[in-house]
Design a protein around this ligand. Structure first.
Ligand code: KIV
Ligand code: NA
Length: 266
């Protein structure tokens, strides 16, 4: 299959073709999503929650994300693979941001990086792009600033909120981002941003007017136990499927039903 490139993102927006992404953190899931034709795979710092079991994404390190990103990149034959820059690896100054982005590109096989922040991260985006690395921006609700934002709250409500979202969106577009994630904003705010920009907007709970949609795969597949955000549609119930399978296995071993004749070597 031909590799999805960042130019296909802008082409898709011009053509009105929706862009579809999922997160992935490992080789098996990445291969499945790639074969299914998912356009991009984000190795999100949501791995902090889904893989490592932290309460937030704040503790996630570059060292933790690099091996996961490498595994996803190995599996993806068509999908564009995007490495998420973790909290504390790019905010201090543009040099640090370029350094971290280069590490991901050299050590993982990812094709682009993502970082959080609009106006406040514009200089970082500009410098990473100048180094030849495509950047996906991320505005609206930005989980790495959960404590600054006062919790998991919808962003860009009201006129002032929409104005700030538009300023952030224009700042990342001007800085050279090839796409921008809008997380947890009202559909109408996302529509205004999508119309104002020439780069595609990717919705994570930002409604139907965006140029693409992205979900955390474990939420989307019902693999996550616990609370799922309202904007997620669950396409499978993997947690229940696996739990049922584990119970059956335990019962079969207890009863002697497993292994059966066909599982034995002569
Ligand atoms: O880490 C992540 O999964 C993300 C997306 C939800 C945007 O940043
Ligand atoms: Na993230």
């Amino acid at each position: 299959p031909k590799r999805v490139r960042t130019r296909h993102f802008s082409q898709a927006k011009r053509d009105g073709v929706k862009i579809v992404g999922l997160t992935s953190y490992d080789y098996l899931s990445a291969g499945i999503f790639d074969r299914a034709g998912i356009d991009f795979l984000l190795v999100g710092d949501s791995a902090g929650n889904t893989v490592f079991g932290y309460d937030t994404t704040l503790p996630v390190t570059v060292e933790e994300l690099i091996p996961l990103t490498r595994a996803v990149a190995r599996a993806a034959k068509r999908a564009l693979v995007i490495a998420d820059l973790p909290f504390g690896s790019y905010e201090t100054n543009p040099r640090e941001a370029v350094h971290t982005a280069i590490r991901f590109m050299k050590e993982t096989g990812a094709h682009a990086v993502k970082l959080e922040g609009g106006e406040r991260s514009a200089e970082q985006i500009r410098r990473i792009v100048e180094a030849g690395i495509p950047v996906m921006a991320h505005i609206g609700y930005t989980p790495q600033s959960e404590h600054g934002l006062g919790g998991h709250v919808i962003q860009a409500r009201g006129d002032a909120g929409v104005e700030q979202l538009l300023r952030d969106a224009r700042a990342v577009e001007d800085a050279g981002a090839f796409a921008v994630v809008l997380e947890m904003v009202p559909s109408e705010s996302a529509r205004q941003v999508t119309e104002a920009l020439s780069i595609p907007t990717i919705s994570v709970g930002a409604g139907p007017h965006c140029d693409g949609q992205l979900l955390v795969w474990s939420d989307w597949a019902g693999f996550t136990s616990g609370r799922i955000p309202k904007f997620v549609k669950q396409y499978a119930q993997l947690a229940q499927t696996l739990e049922d399978a584990a119970v059956s296995f335990r019962e079969d071993v207890s009863s002697g039903a497993y292994p059966a004749r066909e599982h034995e070597y002569e």
